[in-house]
Design a protein around this ligand. Structure first.
Ligand code: ADE
Length: 237
């Protein structure tokens, strides 16, 4: 998968490129992460990318013409390199659809994503018509889309085949819609050695090795845990 990111701060992404599981996915060629500095499309002495809002108001907005040029150039370059691949364009904004594991799973099936990070007080409204989707990573406002872009890169990259040591690790986890019910619930509790420490014991059932019983216990725990911690997740399929 190739992910192109349009940002005013390409340096932000150096960390994610070099470290952790995403870094490894990039190193092994499963993910190609290409950052583009929006300022490269700006002209004039100061290479300014923003301006005041028409009608007055506080803050500066990213200019439509500059965002549009950046997006069109990147898209047409990609198309000339990979004739038949479908490109999904994403605008990061607190007004977008709230990001969920199901969206990460859907995006992980794509071959090309272009992600636009907003900045300052936002962007000129007209760019909205040129993207396929708008994503918010939660109901709070960040100073820019870079952290949101990293959340998307990380959550999508780990779902690509071969990126996690065991591809099954991403099947049973919290927020992954179950194949049977479609519900995205919280994962059951897990334990590792030692089986007793500071008076705290691992539930007996997990030590017995009866996999049918263990599966039933885990299923129960998923329901119970979700009911207590995130009742809002129940019955939304
Ligand atoms: N830019 C600023 N806040 C954001 C959010 N919550 N999600 C995505 N992009 C953003």
């Amino acid at each position: 998968m190739r992910i192109d990111i349009i940002t005013l701060f390409p340096e932000f992404f150096e960390g994610i490129k070099d470290y952790s599981i995403v870094g490894r996915a990039i190193g092994s060629g499963k993910v190609e992460l290409v950052t583009h500095n929006l300022r490269d499309w700006a002209s004039g002495k100061y290479k300014s990318v923003d301006d005041h809002p028409y009608g007055g108001g506080v803050g500066m907005m990213l200019r439509f013409d500059i965002l549009h040029k950046a997006l069109s150039d990147i898209k047409s370059n990609l198309k000339s390199q990979m004739a038949n691949s479908q490109i999904i364009t994403i605008l990061l904004t607190p007004q977008g659809q709230v990001y969920k594991q199901k969206m990460a799973q859907d995006l992980a099936k794509e071959t090309n994503l272009i992600v636009i990070c907003g900045h300052y007080e936002g962007f000129d409204e007209r760019i909205r018509e040129y993207v396929d989707m708008e994503i918010s990573i939660g109901d709070y406002v960040l100073t820019g889309g870079e952290l949101a872009a990293m959340v998307i890169v990380d959550s999508v990259a780990r779902l690509l085949p071969g990126v996690l040591g065991d591809d099954k690790s991403s099947i049973d986890e919290s927020h992954s819609p179950s194949t049977s019910s479609g519900q995205a619930l919280l994962e059951y509790p897990q334990y590792t050695r030692p089986d007793e420490y500071d008076g705290k014991k691992v539930p007996e059932i997990l030590l017995g090795g009866n996999h049918k019983e263990i599966d039933a216990w885990r299923k129960e725990q998923v329901e119970e845990r979700t009911k207590v911690r995130r009742p809002d997740l129940l019955n939304v399929g």
